[in-house]
Each structure stands twice: as structure tokens, then as C-alpha cells.
Design a protein around this ligand. Structure first.
Ligand code: NAD
Length: 498
């Protein structure tokens, strides 16, 4: 299959530092592959410590000397809203670039572009409506929270939905008044190149937004260890999160970590089975299965297990895999040959750990590129690697259970705790199970539909801290307590005795 190259594609990406597009000081570059041919189509500047130093200096100057942190919320909100409008106005273009770079199906990439615009609109609204606490001790004290941006925030993002996930960090960081350095994933740097133009057109002052492309171990690490970057918001693998945690520890940085997942979808016999099948198919196979909140372990009550397996596998076998730019495509191509090999390795492993019901490797006729057929394994036990490890591809396990307790044990049997999806018509069971399941987020009778005001984040190996709504703004802000005395304060008079 030939890739459909979008018009006007750049063949070179540079950093964006202090309002200028620049190459790496060393001249180093790295190549980016098109995920259908796996041929390099783009060269990007590979940032190293000295480039990060430059970006931090620009961001620091914009923070200490520029207008951004001190603007009244309405001013910043107006610029953020303009960013949202500019993103929304080019959603088709964005989707085209994102699809070309990541292999995501075009219809889903379009949804992600629209969500990116919404993220900016949401945080613009939030800062205008924001209030902070005051506490009174009648006649004695008035105490209030003085909120101020922390400083230069380092934002490190993954490749699965690059532009949207970048917006999920950029919007609250900028809304809070921080200046930022974005380090996008090296597999997919293309769409991040659009931010510079969008921010400039929206009126973001130079130096407030900076972009350094590069490898995680170089540019990412330089950001994590930089003394003038007090905050790191990271989304990526749990193992990378552990490395960043240890590298940031000597400087006691603020960290927000959105990490991996292996989320259960629990289907009880009383569920609306039609809806559960639709939703759990979408929940794991959308975004090519490269979705942190994928419900990739489906636990099914035994009385409906056989029916569920048969119907689920039949539908999975009919999912349209193919050209990501075709609007009919439901699963496109995985992002990179290395990742594809990893997913195919899990599928081979799965052959001895479960009963293959659908897929099982490359789809027929798509031998080139990173295509993987939606793959379903049934009868998978909790010891299996394909049950415990995050695969991050179009692979799902089906496991039966007999009792609610057994379902809970299975649901909690992995080291991750990002999301859980529960399917039951029994409201009491839905709530009590939700409270006991080890997951940062639970959806009852639904796949992942976000309300941006709610906390987003995982527990256990899935993350540290939560973003979403005011929690995101809190991460990027200091909440200073100012205590004002309203009268004489009782003070023991040290040294006043004769
Ligand atoms: P990754 O951890 O390999 O890379 C993520 C980012 O970290 C990239 O920009 C990379 O360059 C950078 N990086 C790598 N090593 C680094 C280091 N030593 N220091 C600093 N930065 C470093 O993750 P990925 O493969 O790009 O993304 C997939 C993972 O992301 C999956 O585990 C998925 O579950 C997770 N994810 C989580 C969420 C969430 O919200 N919880 C959302 C999307 C993706």
C-alpha cells in the first residue's frame, strides 16, 4: 500500500525557541518514519542538553520579564480561546497530518483534533470562573490563597494521540500562567510543529511556548534534570515514569505522571449485552488499540461467556483494517515497526496462553507496514503475560468469572490501575464494585467518555497525581497562603522578663 502524502508536508522539522525556528546547536537530527512504508519521510532536529538550556532560558525570561504570568485571567483566556478557534478551523488538516504520522484512522484523528480545541476552550473558561479560598477567624485573622504560576513547565508527551495529548498539557499549563517547553514523542513529531504558528497567530508572546524535538534519553532527560524547570508533566510508559521519577528526585520537582494501563471491562450477566459488545469492541480497538485507557481485559460472567465470546469474536473479525486515510477504516497501522514487532510478539505469546478467536497476526493482504489484525484470545488466566502486560495494540483477552468477588480479584490482579468499565443493570452492584475496583477512573455502562472537569489519572503503576479540571491548574500553580491579622496578635514576649 502506498501512503497518501498530505500536501505541503515539510521534510524538515526544527525546534521553536524564543519565537524562532532553530536547528540543534550540534546539528544533530533524527529520522521519522511513515508507518505504512516504514521509510523515513522527515528529518527532525535532535535536541540535546544545550538546546534544552536555550529553550529554558527563553521560557525563564518570558516568565520573569514577560507579560504572560501577570495577565488577568480574562486576557489569557481570550488568547486560549483564539487558540481553540485556530485549532478547530484546521481540524481536517491536523487530522491529515496526524494520520500520516501515526497511522491512526482519519475519522478518529479528526475527533482528537476537535478534542484538542476543546481542551483549550475548557481551560479558558475555567480560569475566568476560578475562585480561591479565603478563611476567616472572626475579629482575628483573614487568610486567603494567593495563586501564582510555578514557572517553567516541562511537558513530555507520547506518540499515541500526539496533538491531543500535547493540548491536554499545554492548555492548563498556559492557562495557569506558566511558560512551557514541550518535548513531543520522537516517533510522531509532525503535528507538534503546528503549535508554533497557532500560538503566534493567537498572540502568545514569544518565549512562552517552546518546542524541543528529540529523543527521550537526551532532550527529555535534559528537561527532567534542568535546575530551572520545577515541574514535569509526563505521559508515557510506566517504566519511563520510574526513570523520570528517579532522575527528578535530587531536585524535588513537581511531577504529574500519566502512565500505562491494562484496564478491565467487567460484563455481568444482567448487562445490556448488545451495548456491552459495541462498547468493549470500541474501547479496545479504537485508536488502533494504542490507547492508555483501553479496556483490554474483558471479564465476563460465565452464564453469558460463550455467547459473548462468539458474538465478540465475530465482530472483531469484521473490523475494517486498512489505509488510515480511508474514512471507512476502523483500525489503521501501528505507529512504528518496533512497536509493531512488540505487539506481534505478544500475539505469539498469547497462542500458548489462550484460545485464539480472531486475528492472530498481520491481516491478509497487508504484509507491508505495521498492520495488525484485531486479535481476540479467550480463556486467558490471570497468570498469562497477555493478561498482565500492557500490549498497547489491537489485542484483547476474554476471561470468565463466576462470582462478583472473583471478578473483583481478577480486575485488581495486575500492577496497573488506570480505568475500569463495568457493565450491569444492577445499580447497587455497579456502585459498590466501582468503589472496590483499583482504578483511577470508572465508567459504568460506557466506554471512555470524558467530562473534562473530572479527575483524570491512574493509581498503582498507572500514575502519580491527577489532572482534569481545577486539579490541572493546581499542578501548575503555587497556592500561597497569606495570613492577615485583623487585630493584636497574642505573642509570648521572649527575652522581655527582667
Ligand atoms: P514512552 O514512555 O516511551 O515515551 C513518552 C515520552 O517520554 C516520549 O516523548 C519520550 O521521548 C520520552 N522519554 C523517553 N525516555 C525518557 C527519559 N529517560 N527521560 C525523559 N523523557 C523520556 O511512551 P510511549 O511509548 O511514547 O507511549 C505509550 C505509553 O504511554 C503507554 O504506556 C501508554 O499507556 C501511555 N499513555 C498513558 C496515558 C495516560 O493518560 N495515562 C495516555 C497516553 C499514553
Amino acid at each position: 500500500m502506498e501512503s497518501r502524502r498530505p500536501d505541503g508536508l515539510p521534510d524538515r522539522l526544527r525546534h521553536y525557541i524564543g519565537g524562532e525556528l532553530v536547528d540543534s546547536l550540534s546539528g544533530a537530527t533524527f529520522e521519522v518514519l511513515d508507518p505504512i512504508t516504514n521509510q523515513p519521510y522527515l528529518t527532525a532536529a535532535a535536541g540535546r542538553a544545550e538546546d534544552v538550556d536555550r529553550a529554558v532560558a527563553a521560557a525563564r525570561a518570558a516568565f520573569t520579564d514577560g507579560p504572560w504570568p501577570g495577565m488577568v485571567p480574562r486576557q489569557r483566556a481570550a488568547i486560549l480561546t483564539k487558540i481553540a478557534d485556530l485549532v478547530a478551523a484546521q481540524d481536517q488538516r491536523l487530522a491529515e497530518l496526524e494520520t500520516y504520522d501515526t497511522g491512526l484512522p482519519i475519522t478518529q484523528a479528526l475527533g482528537q483534533a476537535q478534542r484538542a480545541a476543546e481542551n483549550f476552550r475548557f481551560f479558558a473558561d475555567l480560569i475566568v470562573a476560578q475562585s480561591d479560598d479565603t478563611f476567616q477567624v472572626p475579629g482575628r485573622q483573614l487568610n486567603y490563597v494567593h495563586r501564582k504560576p510555578v514557572g517553567v513547565a516541562g511537558l513530555i508527551t507520547p506518540w499515541n494521540t500526539p496533538f491531543m495529548l500535547e493540548s491536554w498539557k499545554l492548555a492548563p499549563a498556559l492557562a495557569a500562567g506558566c511558560t512551557v517547553i514541550l518535548k513531543p514523542a520522537e516517533f510522531t513529531p509532525l503535528s507538534a510543529g503546528l503549535w508554533a504558528e497557532i500560538f503566534t497567530e493567537a498572540g502568545v508572546p514569544h518565549g512562552v511556548f517552546n518546542l524541543v524535538n528529540g529523543l527521550g534519553e537526551e532532550a527529555g532527560d535534559a528537561l527532567v534534570t534542568h535546575p530551572d524547570v520545577p515541574l514535569i508533566s509526563f505521559t508515557g510508559e510506566s517504566a519511563t515514569g520510574q526513570t523520570i521519577f528517579s532522575r527528578a528526585a535530587p531536585r524535588l520537582k513537581g511531577l504529574s505522571m500519566e502512565l500505562g494501563g491494562k484496564s478491565p471491562a467487567v460484563v455481568f450477566a444482567d448487562a445490556d449485552l448488545d451495548a456491552a459488545i459495541d462498547s468493549t469492541l470500541f474501547g479496545v480497538f479504537s485508536l488502533n488499540g494504542e490507547r492508555c485507557t483501553a479496556g483490554s481485559r474483558i471479564l465476563i460472567e460465565r452464564t453469558v461467556y460463550d455467547e459473548f465470546c462468539t458474538r465478540y469474536a465475530e465482530r472483531a473479525g469484521k473490523i475494517i483494517v486498512g489505509d488510515p486515510t480511508d474514512p471507512a477504516t476502523e483500525v489503521g497501522t501501528l505507529v512504528h515497526p518496533e512497536h509493531c514487532a512488540k505487539v506481534l510478539g505478544f500475539i505469539e505469546q498469547g497462542r500458548s496462553e489462550g484460545r485464539l478467536l480472531a486475528g492472530g497476526g498481520r491481516p491478509p493482504g497487508l504484509e507491508q507496514g505495521n498492520f495488525v489484525a484485531p486479535t481476540v484470545f479467550a480463556d486467558v488466566g490471570p497468570e498469562a503475560k497477555i493478561f498482565t502486560e500492557e500490549i498497547f495494540g489491537p489485542v484483547v483477552t476474554l476471561t470468565p468469572f463466576d462470582t462478583e468477588e472473583e471478578a473483583l480479584t481478577l480486575a485488581n490482579a495486575v500492577r496497573y490501575g488506570l480505568a475500569a468499565y463495568l457493565w450491569t443493570r444492577d445499580l447497587e452492584r455497579g456502585h459498590t464494585f466501582a468503589h472496590r475496583v483499583e482504578a483511577g477512573m470508572v465508567w459504568l455502562n460506557s466506554h471512555n467518555v470524558r467530562d473534562l472537569r473530572t479527575p483524570f489519572g491512574g493509581i498503582k503503576a498507572s500514575g502519580l497525581g491527577q489532572e482534569g479540571g481545577y486539579r490541572s491548574l493546581d499542578f501548575y500553580s503555587h497556592q500561597q497562603a497569606v495570613h492577615v491579622s485583623l487585630g493584636p496578635v497574642h505573642t509570648p514576649r521572649f527575652g522581655a522578663r527582667s
